[in-house]
Design a protein around this ligand. Structure first.
Ligand code: B12
Ligand code: SF4
Length: 431
């Protein structure tokens, strides 16, 4: 069979241009292609990079969906089905809303593709496709030999999948189930050696973890990565970098930067949703510890929790600049379908938009406690503009210039500054 795998794209205009400049995507399609038996001819299409060619020959089209890309995925699916081509939908959104997705597909894969995709392909070959394929926790993860890089600069890689935590706003456990699986370190090391780009981005949910076994696994892996001369980026939970010994390993093995989910500076929010220790001093000590070892910090923060007020946002901004964070990702709390957060806000009658196009994490789709939806979106935009202002870039770069890390991030900070100015000018012009 000729099988086309598609990752739809929801950003248009300026954002599409930005994505072309710096393409970064997960490994979903490359990963799914490894679950398809080798006799099939597989084509991968990232819509962010190339338009979907509806005339290219295909016997089966498999589309992955995030909530924000769901509507776009449905439009693509409808056009293929009009041509009589079978379409299957999967991924976090289709898994959370299978009945909705089924209106646009011949079959919907719920949850982990490791268990559903091979089964679907077998059923298509035997002409007995079922409408829904249900989630099972996989027993092992497939190898990722010769994985294609989205750009010359960085390649995404996965060494483990699953997370031991269950944060209220996250879809991992509620959609995919409670599991944590590691691949064989030797296999991942072999694959990393095949990669041509100088940087590796680990997409693992629970990178490094906290158990002794997990730490041994990652230590072996990272020592091998450093021997290839490549640098790496990862995303990890705060408790992981509390340990000096772990930070030493990261520094020794060429960690360029870590994306850290700080989520909130407000301890009352953390009691409600993230279950992690929160204090400004503790956060600052973590950032300093990483900076002292030459590791950049990309801080991820969520605004709109029940205890957030405008003051929380001001304090967060002040913290990010004082801590001289290389980058900050400010997002609005978003109740993705399938999460405990969605259920709670729905039961409280607080969700105001179910247009999935709005689920960008930059727009408020529910009624927060201490903001109007519009004022929360405006506060987020203001925080972003201030964090990426030239004055803030200058203040944050002082430490970076001394130790040599901000220069790695200067271009992306300046580009973000320009991007925000252009977006703002376009919005003002449109009003
Ligand atoms: C790396 C990453 C990114 C990268 C790359 C994004 C990408 N498009 O993949 C970056 C930083 C760019 C990013 C951005 C965003 N991300 Co992100 N990201 C991830 C992360 C950590 C890993 C993705 C990955 O490669 N996973 C590994 C692959 C193998 O897993 P998978 O895609 O889920 O696929 C499995 C199954 O879903 C299934 N499957 C998937 N598709 C299909 C299709 C078929 C036909 C079948 C049979 C099976 C199947 O099979 C696979 C194996 O089991 C995930 C969390 C996670 N663990 O998945 C979040 C995650 C996907 N991101 C999320 C979000 C919200 C976003 C943003 C909207 C955030 C923002 N504010 O911008 C943007 C959207 C960008 C976009 N348009 O794609 C959410 C999505 C929730 C939702 N319901 O939509 C997730 C799940 C995080 C979370 N914990 O909630 N992200
Ligand atoms: S947000 Fe991160 S730590 Fe929390 S459950 Fe999701 S993947 Fe795990």
């Amino acid at each position: 069979m000729k099988i086309t795998l598609i990752h739809p794209f929801h950003y248009f205009g300026l954002n599409r241009f930005a994505h072309r400049l710096m393409p970064l995507h997960g490994i979903t399609l490359a990963y799914l292609s490894r679950l398809i038996p080798p006799q099939h001819d597989v084509r991968i299409v990232y819509e962010a990079r190339e338009p979907v060619d509806y005339t290219a020959p295909a016997d089966l089209v498999a589309i992955t969906t995030l909530t924000v890309t769901a509507n776009r995925a449905y439009r693509i699916a409808d056009r293929y089905r009009q041509r009589g081509i079978k379409v299957i939908l999967g991924g976090p959104h289709a898994s959370a809303r299978p009945t909705e997705a089924k209106q646009h597909a011949d079959a919907v894969a719920i949850g982990n593709g490791e268990t559903t995709l091979p089964h679907i392909i077998r059923d298509i070959e035997n002409n007995c496709l079922k409408p829904f394929y249900h989630n099972y926790v996989p027993e092992r993860l497939p190898p990722l030999e010769n994985i294609a890089a989205p750009n010359r600069w960085c390649t995404s890689m996965m060494a483990s999948r699953g997370c031991e935590m269950n944060c209220e706003f996250c879809s991992m456990q509620s959609i995919f189930g409670k599991f944590y699986l590691q691949r064989r370190a030797s296999e991942v090391i072999r694959e990393i050696k095949q990669v041509a780009s100088p940087n590796i981005f680990f997409v693992d949910d629970n990178f490094f973890g906290t158990s002794r076994k997990t730490r041994e696994f990652y230590s072996e892996l990272l020592e091998a990565v450093s021997q290839t001369g490549k640098n790496w980026y990862g995303q990890c939970r705060l408790p992981v970098v509390e340990d000096e010994a772990v930070v030493d390993i990261f520094a020794r093995t060429n960690c360029n930067a870590l994306l850290i989910g700080f989520e909130s500076l407000n301890p009352e929010n953390s009691r409600q949703v993230t279950k992690q220790t929160v204090s400004r001093d503790y956060y600052l000590s973590v950032v300093r510890k990483l900076h002292n070892r030459g590791i950049g910090v990309v801080g991820s923060f969520i605004f709109g929790f029940d205890h957030d007020t405008p003051d929380t946002i001001n304090r967060t901004l002040e913290f990010c600049i004082t801590a001289k964070m290389e980058l900050a990702l400010f997002t609005i709390l978003t109740p993705f379908p399938g999460t405990a957060l969605f259920e709670r806000l729905e039961s409280e009658g607080r969700i105001i938009s179910k247009n999935w196009d709005d689920y960008t994490m930059e727009k408020c789709v529910f009624r927060p406690r201490h903001f109007s939806p519009e004022s929360l979106t405006a506060a987020l935009n203001r925080a972003e503009r201030e964090f990426f202002s030239m004055r803030s870039i200058y203040r944050r770069s002082q430490l970076g210039m001394k130790y040599g890390y901000l220069e790695k991030f200067l271009a992306v900070n300046v580009l973000r500054n320009i991007g925000l100015k252009v977006t703002n000018a376009l919005k003002t012009g449109a009003r």
